[in-house]
Design a protein around this ligand. Sequence first.
Ligand code: SF4
Length: 195
Amino acid sequence: MSQIEWVQDWNARIKSCTNCGLGKGCAVGGVGNIEAPLLIVGEAPGEDEVLQGVPFVGKSGKDLREIFCDVGLLPEMFFLTNSVQCRPTKMGFKNRLVNRAPTKAESLACFPHLVALLDEMKPTVVLAVGAKATEAVRSLAAPKGFQLVSITHPAARYRMSAAKSEIAYLEMIKGVKEAKYLSGIIQRPNSPGVM
Ligand code: SF4
């Protein structure tokens, strides 16, 4: 089986998974270059991700992709997924389903999909976006032999004051540059020529 076929099979397994109560047509899975040295792991897909079937395409995903673009991290340099593969929801205003953070039980139920991806991809670096993603991958760093870089989830910035949000933004850029550098993709962050 080629690695492209493996990703297709992995995504198919996720789409038919019933390991927890989320499933039911809201699975997204992952995209990107599985031969790249860098795996980027978010928390869970939101409404936009489910509609498009692609991770990191909602508001916070777009913010993150802008940072990748700014630091010269091209799509072929990484694989993108989430620590929980289906969209967790709760009832919001006017009976509209809104996103929520995954529960511990949902994270545990989805853990085998992440482990399978790590075993196949063997990334040099995992960039975890947000606390939930960091929690999911932290215990795997030593046994799987990757370096872990964590950054703030872009959505967390929306609740911060302007000053704190700016600091968080700069820290996110620093983290993405570090992940890129540790992956062996570029020279040391902040060296001349690196945005
Ligand atoms: S969130 Fe994960 S464990 Fe739960 S149904 Fe979706 S793929 Fe399966």
